[in-house]
Design a protein around this ligand. Structure first.
Ligand code: NAG
Ligand code: NAG
Ligand code: NAG
Ligand code: NAG
Length: 329
């Protein structure tokens, strides 16, 4: 069985908080004083809480999930994802994947994130665009179409009543072990001081600049909306640059993969295949399987997101559920 993650991480997580009057009378959790939070998440494997495996009927095997759930849950990580930590912060339970047919619970929203969505045409409706296996030039060329897809999706959500958007930009793709392993090009000047590929990171930054501009544009066009743009790129790049400070080893290496240093990534023996090797559980790695972040890294990313230092405007993550307009709708 091969479930090759062909794409990069999807460029953003879009959390749309919808005001649904039905949900407002429930007991309010600690972090949401007035209203029960309702979150709709759009993203890819980085925030997929099991949609891909539910939809396709397969399972990521152990060691996926080993750090927290102690069993595979369909998350492409050893444990919790950033979205899980954000839910914990609001004292709400983890989001149920939209495709989950077994006892789904959508009372706090739904998760439309799907791993590998963009590589499988039948899942295209769930995709908001992806860098895929594109070259730098192709990425740059397609940025306008990615942005326009995201814009259309946000307008569609707005038309349905969504007023509160929480937008994450894309991370430093040029620091991912998979990209480093597959794209090594012998051009020494294309590597920065931390060993990341400059050209890919420039592509990510060019995309992010447009995404930020879109957020600004929509803020002025969408009446009564609040759009928070979070610079996750800077959070993740800081993690790479200051990995020792955060207690991580081998920032460019996948914990679970094959081949050893420098990247421990081999497309023929990924963490999903038999024959992979996996780092010891006590060892802190930023990267889990060559593409996705470990739970330890996600915990730090989530805490930095929640700090509001990387957000514009600097609103708390629970701002939306405590606003008065939310409850009057
Ligand atoms: C090498 O990488 C640098 C930095 O990304 C880039 O400006 C340059 O065009 C590359 N050279 C070649 C031959 O690809
Ligand atoms: C904006 O909010 C005002 C005051 O609550 C309301 O009257 C108006 O219909 C809202 N407009 C939109 C487009 O949501
Ligand atoms: C690394 O940490 C130092 C000290 O907090 C900070 O000034 C610097 O900006 C960080 N590096 C990156 C690339 O974020
Ligand atoms: C993966 O397998 C293909 C086909 O057998 C082979 O050509 C390629 O060299 C392998 N890649 C690595 C990194 O071992």
């Amino acid at each position: 069985m091969r479930i090759e993650e062909k794409g990069f991480s999807l460029p953003l997580i879009l959390l749309a908080f919808l005001a649904l009057v039905n949900y407002l009378s429930f007991v309010a959790p600690h972090e949401c004083n007035r209203n029960r939070p309702v979150i709709f998440n759009f993203g890819d494997s980085n925030s997929d809480t099991g949609g891909f495996v539910a939809g396709v009927g397969i399972e990521y095997g152990y060691p996926y999930g080993r750090a927290f759930f102690r069993r595979p849950t369909g998350r492409t990580s050893d444990g919790r994802l950033v979205i899980d930590f954000l839910c914990e912060y609001l004292s709400t339970h983890y989001l149920s994947p939209y495709l989950n047919s077994l006892e789904p619970d959508f009372t706090n929203g739904a998760n439309f994130a799907i791993a590998g969505a963009t590589t499988l045409p039948k899942y295209v409706p769930f995709s908001l665009g992806s860098f895929g296996s594109l070259s730098y030039a192709q990425v740059i060329e397609r940025i306008p179409s990615f942005i326009s897809e995201i814009k259309d999706a946000m307008w569609a959500i707005y038309e349905l009543g969504g007023r509160n958007f929480w937008v994450h930009n894309t991370g430093p793709l040029g620091c991912l072990p998979r990209e480093l392993a597959l794209r090594s090009n012998g051009n020494a000047s294309d590597y920065d001081e931390y060993g990341c590929m400059r050209s890919l990171n420039e592509g990510a930054k060019a995309f992010n600049a447009k995404l930020e501009a879109l957020s600004q544009e929509l803020r002025s066009q969408m009446e009564n909306s609040t759009i928070v743009y979070v610079d996750v790129y800077s959070i993740k790049y800081d993690l790479m640059a200051n990995s020792t400070y955060y207690g991580f080893k081998n920032p460019l290496m996948a914990c679970c993969g094959y081949g050893g240093a420098p990247y421990n990534y081999n497309p023929n023996r990924t963490c999903l295949d038999s024959g992979h090797t996996v780092c010891e559980e006590e060892t802190r790695y930023i990267n889990w399987d060559g593409v996705h972040y470990s739970e330890a890294a996600a915990a730090i990313v989530a805490s930095k997101i929640l700090s509001t230092h990387y957000s514009s405007p600097h609103l708390q993550f629970n701002f939306f559920c405590n606003t008065a307009t939310f409850s009057s709708s």
